[in-house]
Write a protein of this length. Structure first.
Length: 284
């Protein structure tokens, strides 16, 4: 019984194979063209495949109350590049980060000459780093700077983590050893309030944990006053909401090393470039 079924199926397969072979022989050009067209269509579909770079979209939960609340806030407060700085729960966004170290172990940033060198680095990024773009509408090229065109806003100022380091009031207090924070505060936050601006950051972020400090008890709280620091760190956030803005970010990464090629005082000895950020280390 099984042999008879096997023989019957084999005969059907042989007949179909002979018919298919004869069809290919008679219509060779049409068959090859169909296979070629099919391959091209599949290849075109593969080229349309794209990677999702927004990690938040990959981690969304269906019917999430948190996402619904976030969408409600987005509708109430629409994004405007001049007023808001976008915070993301996972993706840090696009940025340039500088880490400036004191090469001589006997020196620190409690020195006006050293602070002036850091100020030069900071100002080169915020004021003199320029990228050129081409506007197809006006058929003209534009020079874009960080402070005016490339930085997101937070409290109506550029979102720079560590911008407090450039404030004159902060530097004067640092030289006078008046910068202090609560030792029991794990974030070790410090805020500088002036008549023009209010800014603050974490001491751990801008100074690192290797610093000399003098701690004393004041009204039941342990206050620590910074006596010496050898590391300054600042992060310059970049606009990256659209593909055009992300392209500008990569232009900054490419031109950033050339910004200091002619500088003899500032020595850049480490560059690390990622898809979304650039980390630079310098020694003074």
């Amino acid at each position: 019984m099984f042999r008879a079924v096997f023989v019957k199926l084999r005969n059907i397969y042989n007949s179909l194979s002979k018919y298919y072979a004869s069809f290919i022989v008679e219509h060779t050009f049409a068959t090859v063209s169909c296979y070629l067209l099919f391959t091209i269509c599949i290849s075109f579909g593969l080229f349309q495949a794209q990677l999702e770079h927004d990690s938040e979209k990959l981690t969304h939960v269906k019917n999430s109350e948190a996402i619904d609340n976030a969408n409600t806030l987005s509708n109430l407060f629409p994004y405007r590049r001049s007023n808001y700085f976008t915070h993301k729960s996972i993706d840090l966004g696009y940025y340039v980060e500088i880490i400036v170290k004191i090469k001589n172990k006997n020196e620190s940033f409690m020195n006006r000459d050293v602070l002036d060198q850091f100020n030069q680095i900071y100002d080169n990024i915020t004021q003199y780093l320029v990228i050129e773009t081409y506007d197809q509408t006006s058929n003209a090229s534009n020079n874009l700077t960080y402070m005016h065109d490339l930085c997101p806003k937070r409290l109506k100022i550029c979102a720079i983590e560590g911008s407090i380091l450039r404030m004159k009031e902060f530097q004067d207090k640092l030289l006078d050893k008046k910068i202090n924070y609560d030792k029991n505060d794990p974030t070790q936050l410090y805020a500088e309030i002036t008549s023009n601006i209010t800014d603050g950051t974490s001491m751990n972020f801008v100074f690192g944990k290797n610093r000399d400090e003098d701690c004393e008890n004041e009204f039941g709280k342990v206050k620590c006053y910074i006596q010496s620091v050898s590391i300054f760190r600042a992060r310059f956030e970049l606009l990256s909401e659209t593909d055009v803005e992300k392209k500008k970010c990569h232009q900054i990464y490419e031109c950033f090393p050339r910004l200091y090629e002619s500088s003899e005082q500032i020595r850049w000895h480490f560059f690390f470039q990622h898809r979304s950020h650039l980390i630079v280390q310098s020694a003074l």
